[in-house]
Design a binder for this molecule. Structure first.
Ligand code: FES
Ligand code: FES
Length: 160
């Protein structure tokens, strides 16, 4: 067992946990933040993406004990985030939402891509998003939403 201290969505959390517990299981089953989705549980699909110290990571293959002392942001922690508000708006408008299962991981990844200015072309967006799999297989709306959100956030003069 390990005693860990983390900040989750600006709240301090201190817990004794099994050394083998993943961060995804800690977030979903112990802290009840179920917006972090689990699908492959192999580090392939990106559904479980959260920010750890502002970096996107796959929480299904991250041991919770290894992030003690870290700041973690799950999809629930972006409620008042200005960039995420814009991204959510365009995912809705451009039909980037289908069943929605991959969406929390997609939104967190897209926000990171926009911050890193990695949305310059459609092919760059598709490459950067290649670590997030959508089982509904409709990437066109997701790519379009990302382009529109990037235009608004990184080139505000282009969009009214
Ligand atoms: S559930 Fe973590 S990468 Fe698929
Ligand atoms: S919207 Fe269904 S898995 Fe992506």
């Amino acid at each position: 067992m390990s005693l860990i201290s983390i900040q989750v969505n600006n709240q301090a959390v201190q817990l004794e946990i099994d050394d083998r517990m993943t961060l995804a299981d800690l977030l979903r089953n112990t802290i009840h933040l179920t917006g972090t989705h689990l699908a492959c549980e192999l580090g392939v699909c990106g559904s479980c993406t959260v920010l750890v110290n502002d970096e996107p990571i796959r929480s299904c293959i991250t041991l919770a004990a290894s992030v003690s002392g870290a700041t973690i942001q799950t999809i629930e922690g972006f409620e008042d985030d200005d960039k995420m508000k814009v991204i959510r708006e365009y995912f809705s408008e451009a039909h980037g939402l289908q069943c929605g299962f991959c969406t929390p991981g997609m939104l967190i990844t897209v926000r990171d891509m926009i911050i890193r200015e990695k949305c310059q072309t459609e092919s760059q967006i598709r490459k950067e998003l290649s670590g997030n799999l959508c089982r509904c297989t409709g990437y066109s709306g997701i790519v379009k939403a990302t382009q529109l959100a990037n235009q608004r956030l990184n080139n505000p003069e282009i969009i009214k």
